[in-house]
Design a protein around this ligand. Structure first.
Ligand code: TRP
Length: 280
């Protein structure tokens, strides 16, 4: 894993447990597409890590490796610029993990706040898979093995709220298990349905009422995706004054999302056809 130039080295990755969605797009994918020109970027399909809490569902993880890889390519991650690798295909990572495990105590692992809350969330109590407890060590091995100096965090890794996209239902996080995601190959119909279901300002009953922009999911999405910031600011002011209906704002968002997702969906479909041909 040599680095001939002196661009900083990035290592980041995803657990392949499901298709990626717009939350991933805003939280990480979009910036990775930009970073691949200025950085030496490696993306890890962290299948071994995904198994640490999916021991009952190996098939799901296996199946989603190709799904996540397809998502990467569909959004514009270029394999000639970014290295995409499958964690389980790199046995050196396990060797380094074994070595690192000697430098950490069980009680220290148990005190890790992310692990603590994940144990609670998954209801493991004392039946914690040992591999799960140790995954932060494995992650340290991943990072150091690649000599990474920049580690863009996964959204679930650090509660950095700054750019997290809420689910279309207004819940704090877009997540598959909450059923509030917009996937990267959503059809126009899916997009329309999600946007229509979006939470706005519950007190904005009549068009002429003044509306609230803060906490209004439609505006949160517009902040993330509207390419015309100036027009968006005018729209917000109009909404605040009253006279602008939710339907109009939603129509704008729907158009923007269709335009964003359309080409990703097309590219994803082409890639899927290619992988199917390749498998046979
Ligand atoms: N933990 C990350 C996630 O859940 C995936 C991951 C595995 C990773 N190894 C990594 C991220 C190393 C950054 C660096 O998405």
């Amino acid at each position: 894993m040599s680095n001939q130039d002196n661009r900083p080295v990035i290592l980041t990755g995803d657990r392949p447990t499901g298709q990626l969605h717009l939350g991933h797009f805003v939280g990480s994918l979009r910036s990775r597409v930009g970073l691949q020109d200025s950085h030496h970027q490696h993306l890890l399909l962290a299948d071994a890590q995904a198994l640490t809490d999916n021991a009952d569902n190996f098939e799901k993880v296996r199946r989603n490796i190709i799904e996540v890889a397809t998502d990467y390519l569909a959004v514009g991650i270029d394999p000639t610029k970014t290295t995409i690798c499958v964690q389980s295909c790199l046995p050196a990572l396990n060797e380094l993990t074994m070595l690192y495990l000697n430098f950490v105590t069980v009680s220290r692992l148990e005190r890790n706040p992310t692990i603590k809350s994940e144990i609670q969330m998954r209801g493991f109590e004392r039946d914690i898979p040992a591999g799960f407890l140790c995954y932060p060590v494995a992650q340290a091995a991943d990072i150091t093995a690649f000599k990474a100096t920049v580690v863009p965090v996964g959204e679930d890794q650090i509660p950095m709220i700054e750019h997290r996209l809420p689910g279309f239902d207004g819940k704090a996080k877009m997540s598959k298990s909450l059923g509030n995601t917009i996937v990267l190959d959503a059809t126009d119909k899916d997009i329309k349905k999600a946007v229509n279901a979006m939470y706005t300002d519950p007190n904005h009953l009549r068009v002429e009422d003044p509306g609230q922009v803060e906490g209004n999911v439609v505006f949160t999405y517009l902040d993330a995706f509207d390419p015309n910031k100036e027009e968006l600011e005018e729209l917000k002011a109009y909404y605040r004054r009253g006279g602008l209906g939710d339907g109009t704002v939603k129509k704008r968002l729907e158009g923007i999302l269709k335009e964003l997702i359309g080409p990703i969906r097309e590219r994803r479909m082409e890639l899927k056809t290619l992988t199917i041909l390749w498998i046979f």
